[in-house]
Structures are given as structure tokens and as C-alpha cells.
Design a protein around this ligand. Structure first.
Ligand code: CP
Length: 302
């Protein structure tokens, strides 16, 4: 593969190769000397048209650990504000002899469009409500690490599925790896096509929590809501908010995940987010090794 545009486009074997490569890089970045020369002479541009903390910093750190040269572009303080197009922006960056583009964009399909017009490798770092492939890879890598595998495990994705690129990429990755997938949320935040993806649909969060081995809890994405959705944040927290008291009331131990940023007190209480159930910061740690693996494998195609 020349690009990583979405999990939909890759195979179980591709995911397993990324995981095995990430295992090696995780060993590397836990050593006193954390850098390897694998991407020396490769130049990567992180091109972000939307805000990010974890994804942008994690890609940048992964590139630096691989000894790549890195430039960072943020649309909010760029000539995009003067009307420059996406393609002109990226072609100007590529004219500086850049080999790989990591891009986040608010429009679903933006990296796919770019892939038809430029020669450089592209990694999708999140395209609107569509896909966030490296998030799904680090999420499934973290489940594999915590539970010893993904095959046969029951994963509930809980929250604003309608506006979530994390949900779609996770569904594709989990299904390819043989997990059982449930989505849970208020009916207004579930897309109409969701059952066609072969997932179980549950409206009752207690039933979802009682069913699953892992709950991947998602944020209500107010920034993507064109109209005011029911429920409000207060109502969501009341009916779907997960607290440590709820987790302790379950008959079994479950693992809590969240891609971040957390809206503390809405989808997760602080005592749940910071409890022994949570592997949220392990997900962030694993993101660096997984992104190193993705870029190392794509650079083999340069
Ligand atoms: N998980 C995630 O994509 O977080 P950021 O928006 O901070 O990158």
C-alpha cells in the first residue's frame, strides 16, 4: 500500500503486520536511546486543517523517533486563511521535496481526493466524520495488549456514533480482527446505516456495559452538529454517562477506553476515567509505536 486512507481499504494481514512492527518499535522507544535511523532522508509534512493534540504530537514524535525530517502545517495560521486551496497548499509543500503527507481535514474524503492528484504517500489523520485509521489501529493494538488478543472479544462503542470517525474505523478494524462489535447511544446519535455494518445496536448503556469486555467511550462532538441534537449534554450525562459507581456495580471487570479528548462529567466521570478500569493513557502511549509502524511500512514504498 502507498497510502493509509482508511481501515476499510486494508486487510487483517496488513493490520497484523502493523501490530508486529509496532511491537518492535514499542521496545525501541522504551530503551534509553529511543531513536532509530529508519526514516533518515525521508521528509514528512503534518498538514492539519483541524485542531488536534494527541494525533499531531504523536505523529511528530513517531517521525522524530524514526529520524525523519518533519515540518508542521496548521491551517489556522496559514495562507488557507487568504483563500489558498487544499491542492495548492499541498502542492506547495511538496515542491519543498516532501515525501509523505499526514493530513487531518474536516471534509470526509479529503485525503482520498488528494491521493488522486499527488504522488507522495498520504496518511489520513482523520477526515471529518469518515475515518481515523491510526486511532483504530492504536485502539485495537491496546485491546490486544490488555486482553491478549482481539478475536472473539466483545467491544461496545458507546456515544456519538453519528459524528464519529473513530467509531467507523474501529468497527472496520475490530471486525477484520474477529471481534464482536456493539454500538450504543441515543437513537438520534446513531447513523441510519449502522445495522448494515453488521454490528449489534443497543440503546441501553447498562445492557451494553453488562455485555462487553471493553467499552470504547466516545465524546459528543458538538463541533460537528449542524443542528441542536437531542439529548443535550446534561441529558446525555444523565442517561449515558459512565461513572465508577456504575462500573463497580457490574458483575465483571471491563476495560474502559476513550480516544480523547474526554468531556469529563459528560460521557465519563473523572473517577471512571482515572480508575483501574481505564487504559486511556496506554492508548496514547501505544499511538507513537503504532504510527512509527505505519510510517515505516509506507516509507518502504517511497
Ligand atoms: N484522538 C484524537 O484524534 O485526539 P486529537 O483530536 O487530540 O488528535
Amino acid at each position: 500500500q502507498k497510502h493509509l486512507l482508511g481501515i476499510k481499504d486494508i486487510t487483517r494481514q496488513d493490520i497484523e503486520l502493523i501490530f508486529e512492527t509496532a511491537d518492535n518499535f514499542k521496545d525501541v522507544i522504551n530503551r534509553p536511546i529511543k531513536k532509530v535511523p529508519s526514516l533518515r532522508d525521508v521528509t514528512v509534512a503534518n498538514v492539519f486543517f483541524e485542531n488536534s493534540t494527541r494525533t499531531r504530537l504523536s505523529f511528530e514524535l513517531a517521525q522524530k523517533r524514526l529520524s525523519a525530517d518533519v515540518i508542521n502545517f496548521s491551517a489556522s495560521n496559514s495562507s488557507v486563511k487568504k483563500g489558498e486551496t487544499l491542492l495548492d497548499t499541498v502542492n506547495n509543500i511538496l515542491a519543498m521535496k516532501v515525501d509523505m503527507i499526514v493530513m487531518r481535514h474536516a471534509s470526509p474524503g479529503a485525503p482520498h481526493y488528494l491521493s488522486r492528484h499527488i504522488k507522495a504517500n498520504i496518511v489520513n489523520a482523520g477526515d471529518g466524520t469518515h475515518e481515523h485509521p491510526t486511532q483504530a489501529l492504536l485502539d485495537t493494538f491496546s485491546i490486544r495488549e490488555k486482553l491478549g488478543g482481539v478475536e472473539g472479544k466483545k467491544i461496545a462503542i458507546i456515544g456519538d456514533i453519528l459524528h464519529s470517525r473513530v467509531a467507523l474505523s474501529n468497527i472496520f478494524a475490530l471486525q477484520k480482527l474477529g471481534a464482536k462489535v456493539m454500538v450504543c447511544g441515543p437513537p438520534t446519535l446513531l447513523p441510519k446505516y449502522i445495522a448494515q455494518l453488521g454490528v449489534q445496536v443497543e440503546l441501553d448503556v447498562m445492557k451494553a456495559l453488562q455485555w462487553c469486555d471493553v467499552a470504547n467511550v466516545l465524546r459528543i462532538q458538538l463541533e460537528r452538529q449542524q443542528i441542536k441534537y437531542f439529548p443535550s449534554l446534561r441529558e446525555y450525562s444523565l442517561y449515558y454517562g459512565i461513572t465508577k459507581k456504575i462500573l463497580d456495580s457490574l458483575k465483571k471487570q471491563i476495560v474502559i477506553m476513550h480516544p480523547g479528548p474526554i468531556n469529563r462529567g459528560v460521557e465519563l466521570s473523572s473517577d471512571a476515567a482515572d480508575s483501574h478500569h481505564s487504559i486511556i493513557l496506554d492508548q496514547v502511549e501505544n499511538g507513537v509505536a503504532v504510527r512509527m509502524a505505519v510510517m515505516y511500512l509506507l516509507a518502504g514504498q517511497i
